[in-house]
Design a protein around this ligand. Structure first.
Ligand SMILES: *Cc1c(COP(=O)(O)O)cnc(C)c1O
Length: 418
């Protein structure tokens, strides 16, 4: 029996209605920008396996570092203990994070990094004698699938069964030049109640909303206003972090730096699941007290797993290297070239780009998980390109190491379909 057949007996896949989609493609191996299935067919990983493997699959440098670490220390409790991979990682990360970020808290995935940020914000105010119970979030946001993260997410078509159990959220539209005065007025009216603990957003790019992009200046102004009301700004950089927008972090485009950052996905270069919630000294200081209860009593068993920390350090070494920075520039330029060629196509409604992220909205109506979307996905896969359209948007977010020829092949397959 093939892996695909054996899979169907016991495995339950994420975001899947198994009755409609029983089959899952078995991938045997991966290298650089390529995935290989059990029949030996290759696919260009045009979305870096959900924005994780940005330095390419099975990068020899990351593998070497993690393998060396595996023989030294596999795992140890991070309450009461510490270790070299965690310390070294913290020093490396501080060199690239926005400078106001000073403290690093561990968890295991993007959703938990958001839950940690939310709990941190609620307790930040609680510890100072204020009960603030609300969070402001953006329409169409996606922050993950655990309860806190699901609450702040606006893409809630499938959250029906849980809606009665979510946190209290005030929601504003994504700011645009046209709606900004209205959005700002609503934002301020929420802040004025004194009940808001935090303002959470995906800076500059809303990934799951089909790579919707918005202006850094407008976000900057909202953050500045939030600060006036002592409301913490949480940047969910789970998708945007580590070079994808052309800078190390999307927050690098902002004058007013967020108080808290959520990081995961390409944090470890896709090697191990891990996540970080980083914060300023001001946030940390609200927990620093003689009373035990003012501490942050949240902890995951695998916090700061040494292999994960080692992978993060290795990933940062690669990210800051001249070679990787040149790759990012190269992809940016290449996307710009493709954009010039494709933007006037009659089937293209709009295009958008920042850094290595390129999105093309089709002038066609399409359900988020509908038939046309499935056909489109199948067409790309048949032609050896792995792209997962979101509704009527096709987007490319390739590993930085993708070759020019591989990029051209992606563009060609898209063009042919059009
Ligand atoms: C993917 C994602 C998450 C959730 O991360 P998981 O690791 O899937 O839990 C949260 N926020 C953003 C912006 C994401 O892209």
């Amino acid at each position: 029996m093939s892996l695909q057949e054996r899979d169907q007996k016991h495995l339950w896949h994420p975001l899947t209605q198994h009755k409609l989609h029983p089959k899952h493609l078995a991938i045997k191996s991966a290298k650089g920008a390529l995935l290989f299935d059990e029949d030996g067919k290759s696919y260009i990983d045009g979305i870096a396996s959900w924005y994780t493997c940005m330095y390419g699959h099975c990068h020899p440098y990351i593998i070497q570092k993690v393998t060396e670490q595996l023989g030294k220390l596999d795992q140890v409790v991070f309450s009461g203990f510490t270790h070299e991979p965690a310390v070294e990682m913290s020093e490396k990360l501080m060199k690239i994070l926005p400078q106001n970020q000073q403290k690093i808290f561990f968890s295991d995935n993007g959703s938990t990094s958001v839950d940690v940020a939310i709990k941190m914000s609620l307790q930040y105010h609680f510890n100072q004698g204020e009960k603030r119970a609300k969070i402001i979030a953006l329409e169409d946001a996606f922050h993950g699938d655990t309860f806190g993260a699901m609450s702040v997410s606006g893409l809630s078509v499938y959250n029906g069964p849980f809606e009665d159990f979510l946190l209290t959220i005030d929601r504003i539209d994504v700011p645009t030049k046209e709606n900004f005065e209205t959005v700002k007025a609503q934002f301020i009216s929420f802040l004025k109640t004194g009940e808001v603990a935090a303002f959470i957003f995906e800076p500059l790019v809303q990934g799951a909303a089909a790579m919707k992009m918005y202006d850094a200046k407008l976000l900057d102004e909202l953050i500045a206003i939030a600060k006036d009301y002592n409301v913490l700004a949480i940047a969910d950089e789970v998708m945007t972090g580590f070079g994808k927008t052309g800078k190390y972090f999307a927050s690098d485009y902002l004058e007013n730096k967020p108080d808290i950052l959520c990081l995961s996905k390409s944090l470890t270069g896709g090697v191990v699941p891990m996540a970080l919630t980083t914060c300023t000294h001001k946030v940390y200081d609200a927990f620093y007290a003689d009373e035990i209860g003012k501490g942050f009593f949240h902890g995951h068993t695998y916090s700061a797993n040494p292999l994960g920390c080692t992978a993060i350090s290795a990933g940062i070494d690669l990210l800051v290297s001249e070679e990787m920075q040149a790759n990012i520039k190269r992809i940016e330029l290449s996307h710009q070239g493709f954009n010039e060629k494709i933007k006037a196509h009659p089937k293209v409604k709009t295009t958008r780009q920042i850094g290595v992220i390129f999105a093309l909205e089709l002038a066609v109506e399409m359900d988020r998980y509908g038939n046309l979307r499935d056909e489109l996905f199948a067409y790309f896969m048949k032609n050896g390109v792995c792209l997962r359209p979101l509704g009527n948007t096709i987007y490319i977010l390739p590993p930085f190491v993708i070759s020019d020829a591989e990029l051209q092949k992606i563009y060609e397959v898209i063009e042919n379909w059009l």
